[in-house]
Design a protein around this ligand. Structure first.
Ligand code: PLP
Length: 385
């Protein structure tokens, strides 16, 4: 059996080396390292893929979030509501801009931001909601957009984990995650579903004015050379990363399909076990199937009941099966983000999930032998303990 990895970037690269290497070499030969034609081409191709008017490439997914918030003109003291159960980048940039983060609980089934908790957290100071499409499953965007409209709030989608996912609206229409809110951010960190070979990120929007504002912000607030109209940042996707991404973009749907196929096999092994809840959100399209494309499984995460999660982690490590705990500490309990306003009773779901979730290896190169070994090792441990 091939050695099991949490993410197999070498295996993936080996299959596309013949496309990626010449694309990188072209950049080297042209020496157009910054803002070269590769960046422009990737931007256009991603706009077409997502069916969005504007993609603005930038240096990483954290910058993308920050720049989206700067572009919306959010001001110190404005409250921004986001999920307690996510990667810290989301809350970090809110705090960095001196906006007030308001963390709220998530749904125990989808792990995504709880719409009722958002409703409860809205005050006259609230200016924006940041849903995170966690682990590759879009948040409940129809409900969130309706709530935002009723309270005149911006919606910034953190799409770092769900690029390529489809969101099925209540009327049956499908759109890509990341093109529903006012603006969205994504990350091309190597392990993300569309990853480059270094750092990268992008902002998406259908709003022409906002796109114009953001294009200036990523470039030192310049709209005309050496005229700095607003305080900006320096955040660029370099041409080598764009070359990698442009070579990989045509494969994104197949990559996400491979992830779903691995998830389906995991689900089949685990779904009837009384101590295991398999990832959900799949029932919105009647179970995982070849045409079901709403979840792109950035992570495959089980929720365990009456299982010593940490002992399982140790056991898997012993068997050379990598795994992860995303995320082990709720953001509201992180030193940097604690706040007297928070009440533990409002975070019952996140407080539980941090103790009971485990993420299994998930990538585009998992084979049946590896999946069988992983599922039997997990089940044997749970049944024996
Ligand atoms: C990865 C990630 C980010 C940050 O992306 P970087 O490119 O690493 O800066 C932000 N939000 C979420 C939910 C992420 O998973």
């Amino acid at each position: 059996m091939k050695k099991i990895q949490m993410v197999d970037l070498q295996g993936q690269y080996a299959k596309i080396k013949a496309i990626v290497d010449p694309s990188i070499e072209e950049v080297m030969n042209s020496a157009a390292f910054i803002n070269g034609p590769k960046v422009h081409r990737f931007q256009k191709n991603l706009e077409d893929y997502l069916d969005v008017k504007h993609v603005i490439p930038c240096a990483n997914g954290t910058d993308a979030l920050q720049i989206a918030m700067m572009g919306l003109g959010l001001k110190p003291g404005d409250e921004v509501i986001t999920a307690d159960f996510t990667f810290a980048a989301t809350v970090e940039v809110i705090a960095l801009l001196q906006l007030t983060p308001v963390l709220v609980d998530v749904d125990p089934v989808t792990f995504n931001i709880d719409v009722n908790a958002i409703k409860k957290a809205i005050t006259p100071k609230t200016k924006a909601i940041v849903p995170v499409h966690l682990f590759g499953l879009p948040a409940e965007m129809d409900e969130i957009m309706a709530l935002a409209k009723a309270h005149n709030l911006y919606v910034i989608e953190d799409n770092a984990q769900a690029i390529g996912a489809n969101y099925t609206h209540k009327d049956g229409r499908k759109t890509k995650a990341g093109v529903i809110g006012d603006v969205a951010s994504t990350s091309f960190f190597p392990s993300k579903n569309l990853g480059c070979y270094g750092d990268g990120g992008a902002i998406f929007t259908n709003n022409d004015d906002l796109a114009h504002t953001i294009r200036g912000i990523v470039n030192h607030g310049m709209y005309k050379r050496y005229h700095h109209d607003v305080v900006g940042v320096n955040s660029r996707l370099d041409s080598i990363q764009a070359a990698v991404l442009d070579a990989k973009l045509p494969h994104l749907d197949d990559y996400n399909k491979a992830r779903r196929s691995a998830a389906k096999k995991y689900n089949e092994a685990f779904k009837d076990h009384p101590n295991i809840t398999v990832p959900s959100g799949l029932d919105v399209c009647n179970g995982i199937c070849d045409t079901c494309d709403c979840h792109v499984f950035h992570q495959y995460t089980l929720n365990l009941k009456n299982v010593d999660r940490d002992a399982l982690v140790a056991h898997l490590q012993e068997k050379q099966i990598p795994c992860g705990v995303y995320y082990p500490i709720p953001l509201h309990k992180q030193k940097a983000y604690t706040d007297d306003r928070y009440n533990e009773a409002d975070f019952t779901v996140t407080n539980q999930l941090v103790k009971s979730v485990i993420s299994l290896p998930m990538h585009t190169e998992l084979d049946n032998e590896q999946i069988d070994f992983i599922t039997s090792t997990v089940l044997n441990f749970i049944n024996a303990n």
